[in-house]
Design a protein around this ligand. Structure first.
Ligand code: SF4
Length: 365
């Protein structure tokens, strides 16, 4: 969806700015597309998909639905496993899948996982070959969606995604999340003839790019006028929120801050996100010894660094002081696969995590 935003919606929006304001100053880019749409008639939808990364903004989306009194029997969570499930652990937090599973259980919601086979590492090692299949969990089980080799062409990556807004070169978000969700929507007959609301947790204040996103628009998988009559709207319910509102939602609902924020990260994305700043790389090197070795080895093999300044990851990690990690409980959890901390606070005061309002951490997810 970000690919759709960045390559289609935003360029179109720019050309329309200045003359398409509707009532109350709300920009109407085109029919069914709204720059600002904080309040919509959610009861009109048959199915509500919340993309749940396990970060505070996607959790806030879920909590906002509860606050709005939405019929939660229509809601399901989707989580994309960035490393896939074939054995790679290059990028993500080990507990992230289980955290999401337990979060869904805490709210008595179904959660469906999906991933690109081989994950980030598999896609990065693509060399004159086709991308691998997608695996999509559905109510009936996991389906494997092969690539259409008649239409796809073999490609080569053999380098890390490039840090920047261009989703063609910063390929991880599109290959590991946007594209996976697109195929999950397109290949499940249960969405045909349905009105589906597809929810993601971007916020305008995160970046100048996201500041331009539409809040409600037809999703790239929308086929409302097509044979399948599948109506899919993309809605970003917390797009206009500031970070204070996000934490307030977690506090009111007693959702304990996810582990990365407790460690001091300002964002919860891949543990080894390409957008990490020097402080986070330094923290990984100091507190999670060996965690940068595989990345450093790939940088050497590809002769291309993650840093645009051509500084290898180990040297970047020496450019800043590591964070002091004070939350021992979160630290112990950080490298475990099973998530063994509570999701919801059962007693005591809710604690604002160390990473709240910090700019340290990661860029786009
Ligand atoms: S969190 Fe970072 S590394 Fe992971 S998919 Fe998003 S941009 Fe890429």
């Amino acid at each position: 969806m970000h690919l759709f935003d960045d390559t289609v919606v935003i360029p179109n929006l720019k050309s329309q700015l200045g003359f398409m304001f509707g009532d109350e100053g709300i920009l109407v880019a085109e029919e069914d597309t709204f720059f600002s749409a904080p309040d919509i008639d959610i009861s009109a939808y048959d199915r509500i998909v919340v993309c749940m990364s396990g970060g505070k903004d996607s959790v806030a989306c879920l909590l906002h639905l509860i606050d709005l009194g939405v019929d939660m029997s229509k809601v399901e969570l989707w989580h994309h496993d960035v490393d896939g499930r074939e054995g790679s652990s290059l990028m993500d937090w080990p507990f992230m899948a289980d955290y999401n599973r337990q979060l869904a259980a805490a709210f008595e919601l179904p959660i469906y996982f999906s991933w690109l086979e081989g994950g980030f590492e598999g896609e990065m090692l693509k060399e004159n070959s086709y991308s691998r299949p997608h695996h999509v969990e559905t109510p009936e089980g996991i389906i494997v969606l092969e690539r259409d080799t008649r239409r796809a062409r073999p490609g080569t990556r053999m380098k890390f995604p490039q840090v920047g807004a261009n989703l063609q070169t910063r390929w991880c978000s599109s290959a590991l999340k946007i594209d996976v969700a697109r195929r999950a929507l397109n290949n499940q007959a249960r969405f045909d003839g349905q009105k589906v609301l597809f929810i993601t947790g971007e916020r305008r204040e995160e970046s100048s790019n996201r500041a331009k996103y539409n809040q409600l628009e037809p999703h790239a998988c929308d086929r409302r006028s097509g044979r399948k009559a599948r109506h899919v709207d993309a809605w970003r319910p917390v797009l206009h929120w500031d970070e204070e509102q996000v934490w307030d939602a977690l506090r009111r609902h007693g959702v304990i801050a996810p582990v990365p924020y407790r460690l001091g990260w300002g964002r919860s994305s891949c543990m080894k996100c390409i957008f990490n700043d020097a402080t986070i790389w330094a923290t990984l090197r100091e507190h999670f010894p060996g965690s940068l070795d595989a990345i450093a080895a790939y940088e050497e093999r590809f002769e291309t660094t993650i840093s645009r300044n051509r500084i290898n990851i180990l040297d970047v990690s020496k450019q800043a002081r590591p964070l002091d990690i004070e939350d021992e409980e979160a630290f112990v959890q950080a490298m475990k696969h099973e998530y063994s901390l509570p999701i919801i606070q059962s007693s005591g005061d809710w604690v604002m995590p160390r990473g709240a309002f910090e700019k340290t951490g990661c860029g786009p997810s």
